[in-house]
Write a protein that binds this ligand. Structure first.
Ligand SMILES: *Cc1c(COP(=O)(O)O)cnc(C)c1O
Length: 371
């Protein structure tokens, strides 16, 4: 007993470590920054407080004393940043007495909508583009108890339909047209500043419907206006080359990319995103699928961070534009979703050796290992 106690003291500084349960979810953590009141039923899965992970391998590629961090929002409860928006949208829908919600989704919105709606005792209807949703995301929506409607058409078409349904029937729209979504998502910018003590020089972020880049910009501005940071980052938005309406300056009718989460041709938050770009002296740029996969593999095998292909667009973009990063700058790349969402892409695109069908004996294994 005494020995155990002594050992315990040796390994531990005085005082308890922080409790893993001390984070109450982002609505409670940032309550004064959000449009909630005592009457709002908070529907939470303790989302938020995701780590800002240093990325030394990527930083070394750039050199010039540039510091790179990964805001790993794939560690949210359903595996993407969509949980930040959904805790707000669903809590407010519940407050308004809604009994059902609907969204169109490339996958992650449907997973988050399903989880939070069911937790709030509501029905969740999700429209997805038939055949273009990664397997993990579909599995989530089904397991969380959503009613999944796969439509023959792309995301943009599905969104047009859910807008009409929400207009005509008693269901609440929880796509990022719902203003509470961006309110919840802006907390990611708060967390970045709360962790670094200042805003980064660059924020690199994948852009699909352009809600998240708009939300980050709102968050950084609110913190700056309150004196909690002094500067604002340049907002660097990256789109897949086959789905780059903000780079091209026009709607893309047939968006196409391996990064299905950003396979969007007509972004709903176009105006907000353009404002973020011009006010921050930022830029929209395209990265090819090959560049996305390159960054995806580098994140996994170089940094030990598994994100989904769309998320890797932020790092692909940073590497593509690295010559423009100022010496000594701090860069945050947003990793929007967890790699486990899309196992198919990982199995098809990696540089690992996979030895199959081996005889089950030690000699064989050692030989294959190269001994
Ligand atoms: C939704 C999503 C995006 C795109 O975010 P927008 O707000 O639509 O620009 C990027 N990556 C992942 C993993 C997503 O789920």
């Amino acid at each position: 007993m005494a020995l155990l106690e002594a050992l315990r003291r040796l390994g531990q500084p005085a005082g308890r470590p922080p409790s893993p349960q001390s984070w109450p979810g982002l609505i409670e953590a940032y309550r004064s920054w959000l449009p909630v009141s005592a009457a709002t039923p908070v529907i939470t899965l303790q989302e938020g407080a995701t780590p800002l992970i240093p990325a030394p391998v990527i930083a070394a590629r750039i050199g010039r004393d540039v510091k790179v961090f990964l805001k790993y929002d794939g560690l949210n409860p359903t595996g993407s940043f969509k949980d930040r928006g959904m805790t707000m949208a669903i809590s407010k829908a519940r407050e308004a007495g809604s009994e059902a919600v609907i969204c169109a989704s490339t996958g992650n919105t449907s997973a988050a909508a399903a989880a939070y709606a069911r937790r709030g005792g509501m029905r969740a209807f999700v429209l997805i583009p038939d055949g273009y949703v990664a397997q993990g995301k579909l599995a989530q929506a089904l397991l969380y108890g959503a009613e999944v409607l796969a439509v023959q058409g792309n995301f943009d078409r599905a969104l047009a339909i859910v807008r009409e349904v929400a207009d005509q029937y008693p269901v609440t729209l929880v796509n990022s047209l719902n203003p509470y979504r961006l309110q919840g998502q802006k907390t990611a910018a708060f967390e970045v500043v709360d962790t670094l003590g200042e805003a980064p020089d660059w924020l690199c972020i994948p852009v699909g419907n352009a809600g998240n880049i708009s939300a980050y910009w709102m968050g950084f501005n609110e913190y700056r206006n309150a004196g909690l940071c002094r500067r604002l980052p340049r907002m660097m938005g990256f789109q897949a080359a086959g789905a780059a309406p903000l780079v091209l300056g026009r709607t893309v009718e047939q968006p196409d990319t391996i990064a299905t989460a950003i396979r969007i041709g007509n972004p709903v938050n176009r105006d907000n995103a353009l404002r973020a770009q011009s006010e921050s002296n930022g830029a929209f740029m395209a990265v090819t699928d090959a560049e996305i996969i390159e960054a995806y593999k580098l994140l996994g095998s170089g940094e030990g961070v598994f994100c989904e292909p769309a998320s890797a667009a932020s790092v692909a973009g940073l590497l593509k534009r690295q010559a423009e990063v100022p010496t000594g700058a701090t860069v945050v790349c947003v990793l929007t979703g967890n790699g486990l969402k899309d196992p198919t892409t990982a199995i098809e695109h990696n540089d690992s050796r996979f030895h199959t069908g081996l005889e089950p004996d030690t000699a064989t294994v050692a030989r294959v290992m190269g001994f």
